[in-house]
Write a new protein. Structure first.
Ligand code: HH2
Length: 280
């Protein structure tokens, strides 16, 4: 399975790692650490050195309760970093945004992937995406970050997420987007309780069965903290890796991770076992 991603083709015959680069003052896991372009570049370089296959640059936190960021501010945070990284690194750069103008400028600056937690539902995002050759990650979110964790309810979370993603793929294809540019993401923690997140991971094969590559972002999230009795962000690496390995064994093709080196190591073990079983 290959993913077309701008000038890159990502071979997804084994799971890949997307390293998270948040250039935000308020991200839940690493907010405020990366305050300058230089620091962002050195962090990204380090992640590539540890084996990251994609770098995901985000200028707006989407953690529960996060405040929206004005467009000009998001552009100011993200575009110079993507420009600098595009001149430095030979891996695809992803932009984590829901704003069409940020998508457009990020693509111009060298991004090869759009990672949109609203699955291209804002304004003319679908048209901006269709006019590009970028890979596109379509993620499921119930509600908005400000309120999404206030009592989300599903009858069958896997079926409902799967139905939503199928509808978004149909819209993308109708807009002229080739399926080999698409990635699907159930959106762990986006309008879901711990039980919903666990059901989604347990039932991940049903999303993999949609036939498109599945991306999983669980790294350092509150579901890990809760299962470990309330661990602070810096002590969630082992729990995050357990979830990453399980996701990979169930067929996820891209793992979005903050702790790139340990995740790459863990996925090498998972890949060897998947290959020995003749799957994937
Ligand atoms: N999670 C976050 C942000 N973007 N994109 C995809 N496709 N999937 C995810 O699960 C996902 C995502 C939230 O994590 P993080 O970027 O670390 O935090 P914040 O939103 O606070 O910047």
């Amino acid at each position: 399975m290959n993913l077309l991603c701008g000038r890159f083709v990502i071979d997804l015959s084994r799971p890949r790692v997307m390293g998270v680069l948040n250039v935000t003052p308020d991200s839940f896991s690493d907010g405020g650490e990366i305050a300058s372009v230089d620091r962002a570049v050195s962090r990204a370089r380090a992640m590539v050195g540890e084996g990251a296959d994609i770098i995901d640059v985000g200028g707006e936190s989407t953690r529960p309760g996060a405040e929206p960021v004005p467009e000009q501010e998001e552009l100011r945070r993200v575009v110079p970093v993507i420009e600098a990284l595009a001149g430095e690194l030979d891996v695809p750069l992803s932009v984590d945004t829901s704003k069409p103008a940020v998508m457009r400028e990020a693509l111009r600056a060298g991004a090869a992937m759009i990672n949109d937690v609203t699955a291209l539902r804002s304004g003319n995002a679908l048209a901006v995406a269709a006019a590009s050759d970028a890979a596109l990650c379509l993620m499921h979110m119930r509600g908005q970050p400000g309120t999404m964790q206030q009592n989300p309810v599903y009858d069958d979370v896997v079926a409902e997420v799967s139905g939503f993603l199928r509808r978004r793929v149909a819209e993308a294809v109708a807009a002229g987007i080739r399926q080999d540019r698409l990635v699907l993401d159930p959106g762990f923690g986006f309008g879901k309780t711990l039980e919903h997140n666990l059901e989604l991971l347990a039932g991940l094969e049903r999303l993999v069965d949609l036939g498109l590559p599945v991306l999983v972002g669980i790294s350092r999230k509150s579901m890990i903290a809760t299962l470990l009795g309330g661990r602070p962000v810096g002590e969630r690496v082992h729990g995050s890796i357990a979830a990453a390995v399980i996701a990979a064994m169930k067929g996820a093709r891209i793992i979005r991770a903050h702790d790139v080196g340990p995740t790459v190591d863990a996925l090498k073990i998972a890949t060897a076992i998947i290959d020995a079983g003749g799957e994937g």
